[in-house]
Write a protein that binds this ligand. Structure first.
Ligand code: FEO
Length: 409
C-alpha cells in the first residue's frame, strides 16, 4: 500500500490485493494492485476507489491521511466503472462523508442504484463532457462501453494529459515500491507484461472488439500518461501498453505468438506417456511451448498461456464415454472467451470405447470456435511405438502450420 505523486496535483493511492480469487474465480499468484487517484485542483476529485476487498476501505482512508487529504474535502467521486473492486468503498464514504457528487456514465448511475441504492447527487456524462476542478485541471470524459462492463468510461485530465483508464491498459501483479514504468527495469516491465496478458485473458478477453474501439477513441486524445485502475502507471512510454493491448485484442482471433500450449490430463499415466513424447518432439523443434496439466492448473493460467499461443495440443483420455471432464471444462471456458483461429492437435488414450473426440468436436462446433485441427491420434490403453511415431509426425505438422500462420500474418 502506498501513496505517490503521478504528476502535478495528481496522486496515486495503491493497495495490493493478494490471497484472493479475483472476481471469485481467477487465481492471482502475484497479486493485483488496485489504484485510486486524487486530483487536487481548487476542488478535489477522486477517480475510482480502492476496495479493501471486504468493502471496508480503511487502507484508502489511511493513504489519504498520509497525503494530508481529508476525505470530507472530496467534492467529486469519479466512478469510471462500477465493478465493486473500484466502487466498493462508496458505501463507507457515504456513511462518513455524504456531501460529494458522483460523476459517472448513465449506465453506471443505474448500477450504483442497484449495487448500493445510491441515487443522490449524480452527474451523468456524455462523450466530451467537461468538469473544471480549477488550477487548469479541466477533466473530460469518454465512454468506452464493455471495457469491462457496459458502464465504463475514461477520465482525461487536459492539463497533464493523464488518462485514467480504469480496467483498460491494466494488469495483475502487486506493486511493491515502484509503480511507474520510468522507475522499472526491463525485467520488471517484462514481469508486468506477462501479468497484463494474464489479466487481459482472464478479465477483458471476451470484450476484445470493444477494446479496439476504446483504443481508437482514446487515440484522438493527446495522452501523455496512462493511469489504470490496476497495475503500473505509464509515464515514459504510454504507447507501449496501448500497442500491447492492440496485440492482445488481435490474439483473440489468432494467430498469436509462435508458441504452443499443451493442455493435458491423464488418469493412470497412459496419455501422460504420449505427452512426455510430445515434449521431446517440441524440444527438437526448438519452439517455445507451455505445458499445463488439468485439473491441477488453474483456468486463469491456462487462459493466459493459450492467449499467447498460436498452436494448441490437447491430450486427454476418454472418461465414461466422454472427454476427461476437467479438459471439457477448460475448453468451454476458452470458448466463452472466444479464443479462435488456433491450430490444434488432439491425442489421448481410451480403454474399451472412445468418446473424448466426439465431445471435443461437439464443443468446438457448438461454440463455432474456428480452430483448425490436424488429424487426431487416439490409442487403446498405452501408446505403442507406432502411435508415438504418428504423434511425432503430427506434432511436426502442427509446428510447421504454426510457423506458417505466424509468418503469414
Ligand atoms: Fe477492475 Fe472490471 O473491474
Amino acid at each position: 500500500m502506498n501513496a505517490t505523486k503521478v504528476t502535478e496535483d495528481i496522486f496515486k493511492l495503491t493497495v495490493n490485493a493478494e490471497d484472493i480469487l479475483f472476481e471469485g474465480i481467477w487465481e492471482i499468484p502475484n497479486g493485483v494492485a488496485m489504484n485510486s487517484y486524487i486530483i487536487k485542483g481548487d476542488k478535489t476529485a477522486i477517480v475510482d476507489g480502492v476496495c479493501g476487498w471486504n468493502g471496508v476501505p480503511e487502507k484508502l482512508f489511511a493513504l489519504m491521511d498520509s497525503l494530508n487529504i481529508d476525505p470530507g474535502s472530496i467534492e467529486y467521486v469519479i466512478i469510471n466503472h462500477v465493478e465493486p473492486d473500484h466502487s466498493g468503498w462508496l458505501e463507507s464514504l457515504i456513511r462518513i462523508f455524504p456531501d460529494f457528487k458522483v460523476v459517472c456514465s448513465r449506465e453506471a448511475a443505474n448500477l450504483l442504484a442497484s449495487f448500493y441504492r445510491h441515487t443522490d447527487n449524480i452527474i451523468t456524462i456524455h462523450d466530451g463532457f467537461e468538469l473544471d476542478l480549477g488550477k487548469g485541471h479541466v477533466l473530460k470524459f469518454y465512454e468506452i462501453p464493455n471495457v469491462h462492463w457496459p458502464d465504463t468510461m475514461v477520465t482525461f485530465d487536459t492539463l497533464t494529459g493523464t488518462l485514467f483508464s480504469c480496467d483498460a491498459f491494466g494488469s495483475y501483479g502487486k506493486i511493491t515500491s515502484a509503480g511507474y514504468d520510468d522507475q522499472l527495469s526491463e525485467e520488471e516491465i517484462s514481469f508486468f507484461e506477462k501479468e497484463a496478458v494474464r489479466y487481459y485473458s482472464n478479465i477483458v478477453a471476451v470484450f476484445s472488439s470493444s477494446v479496439l474501439k476504446a483504443i481508437e477513441k482514446c487515440s484522438a486524445l493527446p495522452v501523455k500518461i496512462i493511469a489504470p485502475g490496476h497495475g503500473i502507471v505509464w509515464r515514459k512510454d504510454p504507447a507501449k501498453i496501448i500497442d500491447d493491448y492492440k496485440r492482445y485484442a488481435a490474439y483473440q482471433k489468432g494467430p498469436a505468438k509462435e508458441e504452443i500450449t499443451v493442455i493435458w490430463g491423464s488418469m493412470y499415466g497412459m496419455t501422460e506417456k504420449a505427452v512426455m513424447h510430445v515434449e521431446k518432439v517440441l524440444e527438437q523443434e526448438n519452439i517455445k511451448y507451455n505445458i499445463h496439466r488439468v485439473p491441477e492448473t488453474s483456468w486463469g493460467t491456462i487462459l493466459a498461456s493459450v492467449w499467447d499461443s498460436t498452436g494448441i495440443i490437447l491430450a486427454m483420455p476418454t472418461y465414461e464415454y466422454k472427454m476427461f471432464p476437467p479438459m471439457a471444462a477448460v475448453l468451454e471456458e476458452l470458448c466463452k472467451k472466444r479464443v479462435s483461429g488456433r491450430c490444434a492437435f488432439r491425442l489421448g488414450s481410451y480403454g474399451w470405447s472412445g468418446g473424448a473426440q466426439k465431445e471435443l468436436d461437439e464443443i468446438m462446433d457448438r461454440n463455432r470456435a474456428k480452430w483448425e485441427f490436424i488429424e487426431p491420434v487416439e490409442f487403446k490403453g498405452s501408446p505403442s511405438d507406432q502411435d508415438l511415431e504418428l504423434i511425432t509426425e503430427r506434432v511436426h505438422q502442427l509446428v510447421r502450420t504454426v510457423r506458417e500462420r505466424v509468418s503469414n500474418r
